[in-house]
Design a protein around this ligand. Structure first.
Ligand code: HEC
Ligand code: HEC
Length: 289
């Protein structure tokens, strides 16, 4: 009996110590400050650039998946991971308020708020791949959106989110992965080429969810989210045709007729042009796995 109590006592102490360590480490990850002086990016005003920005924000970068079609923001409940609020990006009530163009670049490309705080759950590591021209067009489009009054609560991190922040904070904090001193990514000429396909796969989040090596097996959503699929030639896609791939992205259906889980954002990927889908396919053909 006394031994049992002693063991329980030791376990209790261990539990308290680990919970304290997790709270301390996760708090430190969120409390870090990043001193980033963003690069100058020209924000265009012509209608072609605005259209490009809108396409980048929906079909490619999928900002609207989290921030909503009108960019007025939403709270995303991911169970024990936390409830993350994708901010209202418009100039309405509850929006970001007055911002400089440097603030936009710092948030989107570097994952850092104007006060130096790292953004949590905002996938800036994806958008760090955008060229200056594309980032400028994207910012121009976001700024052109009509104001929407939408006040939202701040994000809250749950116990599993705390564990992630304590053990592998880069999964939730992009600012830890972005190389803030890296040269600005070069613009890649659009066309159905593997080079452009790679650019779209990185800045379009395919590598974010399917892994840098596109081998899949990652899970970054609510508990019922499926693991991401293997997109390399060693996986099922090695047997697919380009028409199968196009159908998967446009209709969310595999060649065997089964449905792809909507956590795979095909409802936005379907808005990619034929040329963009061909480019991503040409790139995937080069990924042996
Ligand atoms: C996976 C969901 C997700 C996607 C996709 C996403 N965001 Fe966010 N974004 C967030 C969350 C969550 C926050 C709040 C982060 C915080 O306050 O810690 C945020 C915050 C922001 C902020 C505010 C930063 C600040 O200074 O407070 C900007 C600007 C922003 N996002 C722009 C974009 C743009 C532009 C895109 C598309 C290119 C995009 N986001 C895509 C989730 C997302
Ligand atoms: C938000 C995360 C996310 C993003 C971004 C994403 N995917 Fe997926 N994708 C998934 C998940 C999860 C699955 C598995 C769905 C299932 O099991 O039904 C999947 C499945 C797929 C499938 C079906 C493959 C199969 O064998 O079942 C294809 C094809 C695919 N994704 C291609 C892409 C491409 C191309 C991109 C970039 C344009 C992309 N995905 C971006 C999460 C994502």
């Amino acid at each position: 009996m006394r031994w049992l109590l002693r063991i329980l006592g030791v376990l209790l102490v261990l539990l308290v110590v680990s919970v304290a360590a997790i709270w301390l480490l996760s708090g430190r990850a969120m409390g870090a400050r990043y001193d980033v002086s963003p690069e100058a990016v020209t924000i265009p005003t012509d209608s072609a650039a605005l259209a490009r920005g809108q396409h980048l924000g929906t079909a490619i970068g999928k900002c609207v998946d989290c921030h909503g079609m009108d960019l007025s923001g939403q709270a995303m409940a991911l169970g024990p991971v936390g409830t993350f609020t994708a901010r209202n990006l418009t100039s309405g009530k509850g929006g970001l308020g007055s911002r400089t163009d440097a603030d936009w670049v710092r948030s989107i490309r570097h994952g850092v708020a104007p006060d130096g705080r790292p953004l949590v759950f905002m996938p800036s590591r994806v958008y760090a791949a955008l060229s200056n021209a594309d980032l400028g067009a994207l910012i121009a489009w976001v700024k052109s959106m009509p104001p929407v009054d939408h006040e939202l609560p701040a994000s809250t991190v749950g116990p599993i989110g705390r564990v992630i922040l304590a053990t592998s904070p880069e999964r939730l904090i992009s600012a830890r992965l972005v190389d803030h001193a890296a040269p600005i990514p070069a613009a890649v000429p659009p066309g159905p080429t593997p080079e452009y396909g790679r650019y779209l796969a990185v800045s379009g989040g395919c590598t974010f969810c399917h892994g840098d090596n596109l081998k899949g097996g990652l899970k970054d959503g609510p508990p019922d989210t499926p693991l991401s699929a293997d997109l390399t030639q060693a996986g099922p896609l090695g047997q697919w045709t380009e028409a199968d791939f196009t159908k998967a992205l446009r209709e969310g259906v595999r060649p065997d007729g089964s449905n792809i889980n909507p956590f795979m954002p095909w409802r936005l990927a379907r808005l990619m042009t034929d040329e963009e889908i061909s480019a991503v396919w040409a790139y995937l053909k080069t990924v042996r796995g």
